[in-house]
Design a protein around this ligand. Structure first.
Ligand SMILES: [Zn+2]
Length: 345
């Protein structure tokens, strides 16, 4: 346990920096690395070699979870039971590379990532969006429809992903994103960088499935499917037995504890998707208490905003162009507030 032999950036024992924090720092934080760096014990020279080759691959004999290691084909098949084994095999390497490239290191991060990918791609079946008949890619998305395992969409995203990978994904090259490795890596890029201020790994660490759904989907379309895949992936990757995930039996963080509880928009969405009268697709069995909670929170957050806007002095002249009403999920703000007032009853 002594830290005296902790190798520095260029340590005397090993030219590797074991002091670099492992992601995410949890119970297996810096001290575990010290321990590892300092106690060969039952771990022979080959264990050292394995650790050196991949600093995240320290053996976790006490746990069978998928933290800090590649996932196996058997595990991927359990995550995506409807996909043929050959299809899972085709994507396995790309997914494991993506885990390394995008710091999807822990079993819980992998489970959340694979849950969203499973739903977005139909268990690796789709690597490109299917457009309705008669709708062209040019017309619908100015040439850049959804591609890859989380449906990277729009020229900006294709451009930025290309810059990140030092690849050209524009023009005719855009179909490269349908190849297994780029399909997986594009999803990894979106996971950490596609949402500017949000690294979805942080939300995965908090087990905040609702917030991840909102950042991937914009709301809760396909919620049941995403949740089913989260459960499959958690079981397949041993999250319940993980010593760092610390989520207990909680499948995901409930609404009142989720980051979306601070968002009027996503709170509305939670109410709306749990509102049987809205007919939004995704939650087959809407929950009345969740509907009320989402709508009530929307009202609590929204009312002060509206009051502040109403208190502003009116401009002397009407605007030359009438401002189009702001719409979300097909509703104007007025309609949203009306729905919420009804829905909390
Ligand atoms: Zn784990």
């Amino acid at each position: 346990m002594a830290t005296s032999r902790r190798p520095g950036p260029i340590g005397p024992q090993f030219p590797f920096n074991f002091g670099a924090p492992c992601q995410p720092p949890g119970p297996l934080g810096i001290f575990d690395l010290h321990w590892y760096a300092d106690s060969p014990g039952p771990l022979g020279i080959n264990d050292w070699a394995a650790c050196v080759a991949d600093p995240f691959a320290f053996p976790t004999s006490a746990s069978t979870c998928a933290c800090n290691r590649d996932i196996t084909i058997e595990e991927l098949c359990k995550c995506y039971p409807h996909a043929k084994k050959a299809r899972n095999q085709e994507f396995l390497d790309g997914l494991n590379k993506t885990f390394k490239d995008s710091s999807i290191t822990t079993c819980l991060r992998k489970a959340h990532f694979l849950a969203q990918v499973g739903a977005e791609s139909g268990e690796l079946h789709y690597v490109a969006e299917i457009l309705p008949k008669g709708v062209t890619e040019e017309k619908a998305y100015k040439g850049y429809k959804g591609r890859g395992l989380i449906q990277l969409t729009g020229k900006d995203n294709y451009t930025n992903f290309g810059l990140f990978e030092k690849q050209d994904f524009l023009g005719a090259n855009r179909v490269k994103i349908e190849e297994p490795e780029w399909a997986a890596k594009s999803a990894g890029w979106y996971w950490t960088s596609g949402k500017k201020n949000h690294d979805l790994n942080d939300l995965a660490d908090k087990n905040d499935f609702l917030a991840i759904c909102c950042l991937v989907n914009g709301a809760f379309i396909g919620f049941d499917d995403r949740l089913e895949h989260l459960k499959l992936a958690r079981d397949a990757l041993g999250v319940a037995g993980c010593t760092t995930a610390n989520v207990g039996k909680q499948v995901y963080k409930v609404y009142v504890d989720s980051d979306i509880h601070d968002s009027w928009l996503f709170s509305f969405a939670w109410g709306c998707w749990n509102d049987a009268t809205s007919k939004k697709k995704g939650i087959a069995k809407p929950v009345v208490t969740e509907r009320k909670a989402g709508y009530q929170r929307y009202l609590d957050l929204r009312v002060p905003i509206e009051a502040a806007a109403a208190a502003k002095p009116k401009p002397k002249h009407p605007p030359l162009h009438p401002k189009a009403p702001e719409r979300h999920y097909g509703y104007t703000l007025e309609q949203m507030s009306k729905m919420a007032r009804e829905g909390v009853k």
